[in-house]
Design a protein around this ligand. Sequence first.
Ligand code: ACO
Length: 319
Amino acid sequence: MNAKILGTGSYLPEKVVTNHDLARVVDTSDEWIYERTGIKERRQANATETVAYMGHQAALAALSHAKMTPQDLDMIIVSTTTPTHNFPSTACQIQGMLQARQIPAFDITAACAGFIYILSIAHQYIKAGAAKNVLLVGVESMFRLCHPDDRSTLVLFGDGAGAVIVSASEEPGILASDIYADGKDGHLLKCHVVNREHETPQRHGTIEMQGNDVFKIAVRELSNLVKASLEQNNIEPADIDWLIPHQANLRIIRAVAKKLNMSLDKVVLTLDRHGNTSSASIPIALDEAVKSNRVQPGQTLLLEAFGGGFVWGSALIKY
Ligand code: ACO
């Protein structure tokens, strides 16, 4: 059985935060941010736009696009590193809001690669015949994890949600999904859980990142990954209609596209407007590309992501 994407949806908070806005609170500038990252602005969730709320909105849009109701779902998987609760999981909260049936619902944490992880899990369940219609949601409230005084992280991230319905199908859909992890360099990009039992250092609960090292490892692993994935599946770079990368940094995306000899006009880019929305970035970019008719049925898509852990992965999709 194949696993095919039948619907996409997304939700972005209304509040826009521009580089100029950030330059008023930390020592930075629009030029520095744009030149180093490709980011112009990002969205910031307000108090009512919780991860469950944003994920629910994206899920409703994906269900409507797939012409399905919540009752059609037999699994919900959410990727988030910014839940509001340790439990209930964000997936259970969204299940409740959707009034879906008593089906499995759970969260996965794989930082910026989280969406590729949940796509891969759905792929395996559907291939095994254990699920038919799976709702996937990547949702993040990244602003909450950035220290308000830390210009090196505050300028990079944004909030939002993307959702996808993956269903069992006779037609080809997800051709391959590959996920990897290597914990040995995890200290280069981390965010502690705030722990009440111990004295809380100032930076606890916010992102700590050696940006330069993360950049180099991300470029190295993603370049190796996309080449290996295409070779294993006998697909030439020229056969890829769209590269839909995790939207972290335009320089990382350019390096990966160059490895594939792809021009940037075959790359779906949203980071200029959304910043890095971590595990929400790929499903948001996919939804935008689908709804603007750039991604067409039958086209071949390559999705890839890298994030804290380190974790990384890719998926080849016949849309
Ligand atoms: N505004 C102005 N100056 C800044 C800012 C800022 N917002 N942030 C850092 N600087 C300064 C630094 O203090 C440093 O100053 P110094 O030379 O006086 O010491 C200088 O700019 C250069 O800093 P670097 O960290 O070397 O700058 P770099 O070119 O590496 O760019 C960046 C930083 C954009 C973070 C880059 O390393 C990067 O994108 N790394 C990848 C990290 C990433 O994307 N993480 C997200 C999660 S993982 C993922 O999604 C892939």
